[in-house]
Each structure stands twice: as structure tokens, then as C-alpha cells.
Design a protein around this ligand. Structure first.
Ligand code: ATP
Ligand code: MG
Length: 556
């Protein structure tokens, strides 16, 4: 039975917010304080100017308070940004941890059905958009909305007429801003697509350069290249155009509003003055507030955009996190891993609709050797995947040392069964890490012995830091990688699975690998898929019949 998890992006975020309570509360408080602090400077400036125009001298404390309020505003706004950044980092860290936990919990069937590029995109691009949800999305949007609202309230108290005028102008500005931003974003996307296509064409042209010259395709390639460059140019032109018109429009609007308010407040009409009348100081404050209210409206549009694209990322990550997990037996303390006899009884298995193995039964006794034979595609490697517990059989039972493979825990599996394949999968780390794979159940001595069995001790000791030398691609020859693979597989387990390990090796290297195998296989149950291993180690032959062969035989 597969386990479904309810964990989604918001559950991971909620858990992280609870874990980092102080940071979460501090971020919110700082955002609120930053909003309030941005109201102060114009008010203090208004007071100073009113005092000066009233004939009072400039009070040092008042000037200090004004500059102090400016400094406070700056400090709080950068503190808000820093805290938001930290908050976003914590959230994305929690999200990435949850996603990597999920990745290791997915079944082999689910994983092999996924496109690796898409999974990688969930971890990088999508998580980044969710991070932006915090750094320049939800909280900043709430802060900007509060900023607009509070400035508006102050303006309404100071100058009712201006508040009414803003009620008329601000929605128009908001709509215009969104219009420009949407067009700029789509132009940027067009440009990105064109640039990606251009970047793709360069290596393509280099790769096919001989064919291009041989067939005289230079003009054709040039035209294709030119078309893409033209698309990119047109897209950049569009963004430049919107960029160029936006700021002047906002500035003109700002100036018009200020001009209208000033004209109205200077009019002699008593009715107009009840709405627009104000002192000199207040008029300075009001001009200041008008420009302050225009900026958050501009950023609000971008924040809405960030939230929209983050929600698309959230959806994709949620779909990834909602995938069913493989069934894992609970780790049973220090229970010894099962070793010895390998049994398949009446096993039927297929990938999806297509059955590969049908009613397959065989037993290999502890310490014995057996070779699986069968034509290509018969399902030999599939038997190994089932023994490794990567897929559950549809019918029948698979046991190692009498224990059902599905009941072997992840921790025990490494000491229970090891598999050597044609290609070595290198993990980041030292040479020792390649053998232990960071498994605490495989101490250094055991790993060094395994390297000895594989005949690699001298090669490894010749490296600058021996077993602790960082592992790199060119460090071993192809045959030596195969020997390292044997060392990794033979580090501890009782059962060894060898899948075509001598393919692609020259005669001399093959002899070296066989020698290593003879040592590594002593006292172990060995299942191999290789004629050469059979010739060298002996043992019994188990035939895996391809199902279409079997049905052809029945038909005869
Ligand atoms: P070969 O001798 O060529 O290595 P094999 O006997 O090891 O062949 P398997 O690799 O076990 O054959 O594959 C058996 C069948 O199952 C093949 O038809 C193969 O296409 C199919 N198969 C293997 N792995 C998968 C998978 N992950 N998803 C779907 N089908 C698969
Ligand atoms: Mg195979």
C-alpha cells in the first residue's frame, strides 16, 4: 500500500514559521514599524515650516527630530528588507528539505516516470519563485497596501480635497501601472525565449559546421539566426518603450495633482478652501506625501506579478509533494540484516500494463552462485530490481534469508544486498565515500577490506591522501571504476548481484575484475547476469524466459 502525504508548500511554510517564531514576529513588527515611520518625516517637516512661517526661530531639537525620523525610516526600511530576506531563506530552506525528503521517499516506478529536468526545475526555479513570495511578495505587498492606506488617511485629515482628488487619480494610476507592467513582462518573456533560441543555435551551428559548409547552408543558417536576433531586438524595443513612457507619465500625474491642489488652496473661494485650504507647512507635507503614495502603487503591481508566478510555482511543488510515497518498514532498532538464501516464489511483475515476469520461481541457497540467462529484454535485470526492493511484485513473494524483501528496512538493505552494474555511479566526496556511501554501518576498516578484495588497495594508496582523496572523474580507469563498484557492493552484504559487469572491458581488465570477484564472492550468495562470470565462478544456471517466447512455445 502506498502512503499519501498531506504536506504541501503552505504546510512546510507554516511549520517553518512556527519553528522561527521570533524571526517571523520580528519581520511583521518591523514591516509595521517601517510603515509608521514613513509617515513621520513629512509631519515633522510641516511643523518646522509652520513655525518658521509663523515667525518662530528654528528649534534645534525639531530639526534633529526631523533628520532622526528620516534616519529611522531608512533604518527600518532596510531592516525590513534584511528580515524579509532571512525569513524567505528560512522558508525556502524548509521547503527544499521537505522536497528532498520527498524525493528519497518516492518509489522507483514514480521516479523513473518523471522527467529529471522537470524535477530539477521544481527544486530550483519553482522554489525561487516561492522565495520571492516572501522577499518581494506577500509581506511587502501588505506593507505597501498599509503604507498607501495610512498616507491616504493622513492626507484626508490634512486636506480633504486632495484625498478626494487622489481617490480619482490613484485607481487610474494603478490600472495604467498594471497595463505597462503586463506588457513589459510579456516583452521580457519574448526576449528570453528569443535569447534561449539564439543560444541554442550557436552550438547547433558549431556541431553541424561541416554539413553546413558541405551543403552550402551558410545563408540559410544566417537567416535563421537573423530572424531570432530580430525577435529579440523587437522585444527589447518594446520594454524600452514602456520603460520610457512610464516614469514621465507618473511624474506628470504627480505634478498635475500637486498643481491642482496648490491652485485650489490658493483660490479665494471659501467653499473650495474648506476642502483644499492648508498652511504652508502642511502643503510641503502634502507634496511629500503625494510622491510617497505613488511609489508603493508602482511596487504593488510588481508584487501582484510576483505572487501570481509564485502561485504557479506553489501549484507545481504541491503536485510534486502530493505524490504517493513508497511503503517503508519501520527501522527495527539494531535488528541484524537478513543474509543468505534468495527465493522467488510464483513472482509475476510488469511495468505498467506490460507483464515481464510471470509465475517465476527459483531458490539460490546461501553461499551458492547462480547465473540468470535469457534473451535480451527477458527480464533478468528486472529480477535484480525486485530483489533490491525497487519495485514490489504484483504476485508472489521474494525473500532474502527468509525475510520478505518489502520488510527489509532501508538501513538493513545496504548490509543485505549489493549490486554491481556496468556503470559506476559516483557520489560527491572522497574515495572512501564511494565505498561506504556515508553508511555508518560500514566503518572505515570494512571499506578498506572491500577495496582490498577488489584489488584496489595499491591504486588508492598511491593517491595524495589515499582513501581520503576527493574523488574525480579521471581518477580511475574504466576497469578500476568497475573494481571500485565491486568494492562498494561487497563492503558488507551477504547477497551480491552482478549485472553484465564485464561488458565493455578488455581481456586484461576483465581478468583483473574476475580475480577480484573470485575473492569478493567467497561465502556470499551470488546472482549474476554474465556468461563470463559463469565460466569463471561456476554455479547453476537459471533461465528467465521472455514471455513472448513462452507464448510462442505454447502455441507450437
Ligand atoms: P538485457 O539482456 O538487454 O539487459 P534484460 O533481460 O535485463 O535485458 P530488463 O532490463 O529486465 O531485461 O527488461 C525487461 C523488459 O522490461 C524490457 O522489455 C524492458 O523494455 C522493460 N523495462 C525495463 N525497465 C523498465 C522501466 N523502468 N519501465 C518500463 N519498462 C521497462
Ligand atoms: Mg539487463
Amino acid at each position: 500500500m502506498k502512503r499519501k502525504t498531506k504536506n504541501g508548500v503552505f504546510a512546510a511554510i507554516r511549520a517553518a514559521a512556527v519553528t522561527h517564531k521570533t524571526l517571523s514576529a520580528g519581520t511583521l513588527l518591523c514591516a509595521a514599524a517601517s510603515v509608521l515611520a514613513s509617515l513621520l518625516p513629512p509631519l515633522l517637516l510641516a511643523r518646522i515650516i509652520d513655525d518658521l512661517t509663523g515667525g518662530a526661530p528654528l528649534v534645534f531639537a525639531a530639526a534633529l527630530a526631523y533628520f532622526g525620523s528620516l534616519a529611522l525610516e531608512g533604518v527600518l526600511s532596510s531592516a525590513q528588507e534584511t528580515l524579509l530576506e532571512m525569513f524567505g531563506q528560512k522558508m525556502t530552506h524548509a521547503l527544499r528539505s521537505e522536497m528532498s525528503r520527498k524525493l528519497t521517499s518516492l518509489s522507483a516506478a514514480t521516479l523513473s516516470a518523471q522527467n529529471p529536468g522537470e524535477v530539477a526545475a521544481r527544486f530550483s526555479g519553482d522554489v525561487d519563485t516561492v522565495e520571492a513570495l516572501f522577499t518581494s511578495g506577500v509581506i511587502s505587498m501588505a506593507a505597501d497596501a498599509c503604507r498607501i492606506l495610512s498616507i491616504f488617511v493622513v492626507i484626508a485629515i490634512k486636506n480633504t480635497g486632495l484625498a478626494l482628488l487622489l481617490l480619482l487619480v490613484l485607481p487610474i494610476l494603478a490600472v495604467f501601472t498594471r497595463y505597462v507592467q503586463k506588457r513589459m513582462l510579456s516583452a521580457q518573456l519574448e526576449n528570453r525565449r528569443a535569447v534561449a533560441a539564439i543560444s541554442g543555435q550557436v552550438p547547433e551551428a558549431l556541431h553541424n559546421i561541416r554539413t553546413i559548409h558541405a551543403l552550402g547552408l551558410e545563408k540559410y543558417m544566417e537567416k535563421r539566426y537573423d530572424r531570432r536576433i530580430g525577435e529579440s531586438y523587437a522585444a527589447v524595443e518594446k520594454t524600452n518603450f514602456y520603460d520610457a513612457i512610464y516614469s514621465p507619465v507618473v511624474l506628470v500625474l504627480n505634478a498635475v495633482v500637486v498643481g491642482v491642489v496648490m491652485l485650489m488652496s490658493a483660490s479665494g473661494n471659501a467653499k473650495v478652501l474648506t476642502l483644499f485650504g492648508m498652511s504652508v507647512g502642511t502643503s510641503v507635507a502634502v507634496i511629500n506625501y503625494i510622491s510617497r503614495i505613488f511609489t508603493p502603487i508602482e511596487t504593488l503591481g510588481m508584487e501582484i506579478q510576483t505572487i501570481q508566478s509564485a502561485m504557479a510555482g506553489v501549484k507545481r511543488i504541491d503536485a510534486f509533494l502530493a505524490q504517493p510515497e513508497r511503503e517503508r518498514p519501520a527501522e527495527a532498532g539494531s535488528a541484524q540484516p537478513p543474509r543468505g538464501q534468495v527465493t522467488l516464489s510464483h513472482v509475476t511483475f510488469g511495468y505498467g500494463e506490460r507483464t515481464v515476469l510471470s509465475d517465476l520461481s527459483f531458490t539460490v541457497e546461501a553461499g551458492q552462485q547462480a547465473t540468470l540467462v535469457g534473451r535480451t529484454g527477458a527480464g533478468k535485470s528486472t529480477v535484480f530490481k525486485l530483489l533490491l526492493g525497487l519495485y514490489p511484485p504484483e504476485k508472489g513473494r521474494i525473500t532474502i534469508g527468509g525475510v520478505d524483501v518489502s520488510q527489509i528496512t532501508d538501513r538493513q538493505r545496504r548490509s543485505c544486498v549489493g549490486c554491481v552494474e556496468q556503470h559506476f555511479a559516483r557520489v560527491p566526496g572522497t574515495v572512501l565515500d564511494q565505498i561506504t556511501l556515508g553508511d555508518p554501518l560500514i566503518p572505515r576498516e570494512m571499506a578498506e577490506n572491500a577495496a582490498g578484495l577488489a584489488g584496489l588497495t595499491d591504486t588508492i594508496r598511491s593517491f595524495p591522501a589515499g582513501f581520503d582523496t576527493p574523488c574525480t572523474d579521471g581518477m580511475f580507469s574504466q576497469g578500476e571504476w568497475q573494481l571500485l563498484s565491486i568494492a562498494r557492493a561487497a563492503a558488507n552484504p551477504g547477497v551480491l548481484l552482478l549485472d553484465e559487469i564485464t561488458a565493455n572491458l578488455d581481456a586484461e581488465t576483465e581478468a583483473r575484475v574476475m580475480e577480484a570477484l573470485r575473492r569478493a564472492c567467497v561465502g556470499r550468495t551470488v546472482l549474476s547476469i554474465s556468461h563470463r562470470v559463469y565460466e569463471s565462478l561456476g554455479g547453476r544456471i537459471i533461465e528467465i524466459k521472455a514471455l513472448d517466447d513462452a507464448s510462442a512455445e505454447r502455441a507450437c
